[in-house]
Each structure stands twice: as structure tokens, then as C-alpha cells.
Ligand binder design. Structure first.
Ligand SMILES: Nc1ncnc2c1ncn2[C@@H]1O[C@H](COP(=O)(O)OP(=O)(O)OP(=O)(O)O)[C@@H](O)[C@H]1O
Ligand SMILES: [Mg+2]
Length: 314
């Protein structure tokens, strides 16, 4: 049983270590009744650190139900799930909420942004809830919005953004509390194909450069070009695994470029490589102050690594 201190601590394992382990997990509805549904049926699966994995399958095959178990949004009827060896199935609501808040970020087909808040405020909100100090919070919000290519759209509200831009805001929001795992349920389902590919390229960078794991549900077979592994779901079971694919990106993708690098355009050296430490300083100099924010000096000091994308995964 994990101690309270262990539950609260952020641990950064190595890329490839098991982050989530699922042992014969099932989720049944209407158990024992005529209309019993085996939405997830005896699934065994591992999600390693720093890998981008996809679940592909028809509507009703159980993808969302399985992702909800992984994300601690739902409890397995049978079997066990572990987050870094900690048994999620033995956790109470408070412990699960804490795990979700600190270790997981969620991205949905419908974006789920708050319509009255700007892009900036939408991203900032979960850091407010987590109690991060104002200065650190604003710096990280700007950094994340620049990371997803929305440096010029921070004050826009969701209705003033395209679908792809709204999804980028929700990705920035999902990254806010430095999660170990992003759970993305049909993240490209409401987007055109080029915009969907841009989101996939962003996911690839998040895993490769941020060391974050991504578990994604999709209908689209084309997206497995971007993943490290794609599994097929059928009638609640993971029926087939495809290994990492050896592929050439389609021509289309070669022409897609992001407005900003991981650390922002201005922070690249003459070779185009990121200059370490420059992003946070530049951000502080050109602070965007949302009207609603009245950060006081009494707020807790920010952690030293706050303005970084996340600590190195090694
Ligand atoms: N709360 C619930 N009560 C009863 N049955 C449910 C519930 N949620 C899901 N199901 C059933 O579980 C099965 C799996 O649903 P799930 O939403 O996981 O599928 P999915 O693969 O995500 O489908 P889609 O691609 O359409 O999103 C379906 O048959 C669905 O009807
Ligand atoms: Mg679904």
C-alpha cells in the first residue's frame, strides 16, 4: 500500500518503464441481466512511459470504457489496474482524484473548453485549482499555448477559434499540471484530415520531447502512422496488436509546419536547436495579464522547474 507521501509525490521514471499495467480488467453493465454488456472484457495491457499508443475499433467496441478505466474515471468490475505499481482499483475517490489531477491530462473529441473563458484562462484554470502561484501559472500558460502554436490567440475565446485551434487549447490545458499520461478519446474526430494530422504531429512531439505517454482512441486507421503501437478493440477485447510501423509520412504531412517550436521560435539558435532556459526569461518580459487575474504576493512560491515543459524523463 502506498503511503500518503508517495501518493502525492511526482516520480519521473525512464522512457519505456511501465506506467500503467492492466491485468485482466473488465467493465460490465447490467450484470446478470438479460441485457448485460461486456464493454471491456478481460483486457491485459501495458502503457509504457513516453510512448504513444492507440486503440482502434468500431463504435461500441469498448475504447472509451477502457480509457475511462485507465484514467480512473470509472472502476473495473473485475481485474486490476496499476499506476506505477500502485493499485488503482484499491484507491478511494480522493486518491483517484489526486492521481488524475497530478498525473493525467484528458482530451476529448468535443474539446470541452469553458466558453466564457479565453484560451489563456482555460489553460490556466487547472493550475489555479492545483494551487500553483500566479506568476508561475501565467508563465507556464504562455509557454504551453506557444508550444501548441497559439501564441497569437491567447485572448481568444473558444467561439473565436477554429476547431483545430480549440483542440490545441485543450491539449495545452491537458499538459498544464505536467501529467505523465495524456488520455485522448477521438481527439481528431471533429477535425478535417489535415488538422487531424497536425494534432498527431503535436502528440508525437509531446511523447518524443516531453517523455509523456499518450493513450488515444480512434476510428481512423491512418493515425497509426504516428503511434508507437496500435491495438485493435473488438467486443471489449484487445484482439490484435500491431507493432511499431515502418512507414513514410504521406506527402501531405511533409508540408505541415508549426508556428512555434517547443520553446518558441525566438529561442532557437543558429542551427535551429532550442536554446535552454531562454523561453522562461522571454516569457516573463512580455507578460500577458488576463483581466480576471489578480495574483497577489501572498501566493505560494513556484517550484523551480515550473516554467519548463517538464523535467527530463531520464
Ligand atoms: N453507462 C453505460 N451503461 C450501459 N452500457 C454502456 C454504458 N457505457 C457504455 N456502454 C456500452 O458499452 C459498449 C462500449 O461502449 P464504448 O463507449 O466504450 O465504445 P467505443 O468503442 O468508445 O465507441 P465509439 O467509437 O462510438 O465511441 C457499448 O455497447 C455501449 O453501449
Ligand atoms: Mg468512444
Amino acid at each position: 500500500m502506498a503511503t500518503t507521501a508517495e501518493q502525492g509525490a511526482k516520480t519521473y521514471g525512464n522512457v519505456g518503464d511501465d506506467l500503467i499495467t492492466i491485468e485482466a480488467a473488465s467493465r460490465y453493465y447490467y450484470i446478470g441481466q438479460e441485457n448485460e454488456v461486456r464493454a471491456v472484457d478481460g483486457v491485459t495491457w501495458k502503457i509504457p512511459r513516453g510512448r504513444f499508443l492507440a486503440l482502434r475499433g468500431r463504435s461500441g467496441s469498448g475504447k472509451t470504457t477502457l480509457l475511462n478505466l485507465v484514467g480512473g474515471l470509472d472502476q473495473a468490475t473485475e481485474g486490476r489496474l496499476f499506476f506505477e505499481g500502485r493499485d488503482m482499483t484499491a484507491m478511494g475517490d480522493r486518491e483517484l482524484t489526486k492521481l488524475r489531477r497530478h498525473e493525467m491530462g484528458f482530451i476529448f473529441q468535443t474539446f470541452s473548453l469553458l466558453p466564457v473563458l479565453s484560451a489563456f484562462e482555460n489553460v490556466e484554470l487547472s493550475m489555479r485549482i492545483a494551487g500553483l502561484g500566479g506568476r508561475a501559472r501565467r508563465a507556464r500558460t504562455r509557454e504551453l499555448l506557444e508550444l501548441v502554436g497559439l501564441g497569437e490567440r491567447m485572448t481568444h475565446r473558444p467561439f473565436e477559434l477554429s476547431g483545430g485551434e480549440q483542440q490545441r487549447v485543450s491539449i495545452a490545458r491537458a499538459l498544464a499540471n505536467e501529467p505523465s499520461l495524456l488520455i485522448a478519446d477521438e481527439p481528431t474526430g471533429a477535425l478535417d484530415s489535415v488538422t487531424g494530422l497536425e494534432i498527431m504531429m503535436l502528440f508525437r512531439r509531446i511523447t518524443d520531447e516531453g517523455g509523456i505517454s499518450i493513450a488515444m482512441a480512434t476510428h481512423d486507421p491512418a493515425l497509426s502512422q504516428f503511434t508507437d503501437d496500435t491495438l485493435l478493440m473488438e467486443d471489449g477485447r484487445l484482439s490484435r496488436a500491431e507493432g511499431p510501423l515502418d512507414f513514410d509520412l504521406p506527402d501531405l504531412v511533409q508540408h505541415i509546419e508549426f508556428d512555434h517550436g517547443l520553446h518558441g521560435d525566438e529561442d532557437l539558435d543558429e542551427n535551429g536547436d532550442p536554446v535552454e532556459g531562454a523561453a522562461a526569461e522571454a516569457d516573463e518580459a512580455e507578460a500577458v495579464e488576463p483581466a480576471a487575474d489578480a495574483a497577489g504576493d501572498d501566493e505560494p512560491p513556484a517550484p523551480a522547474n515550473d516554467s519548463e515543459f517538464r523535467p527530463p524523463a531520464q
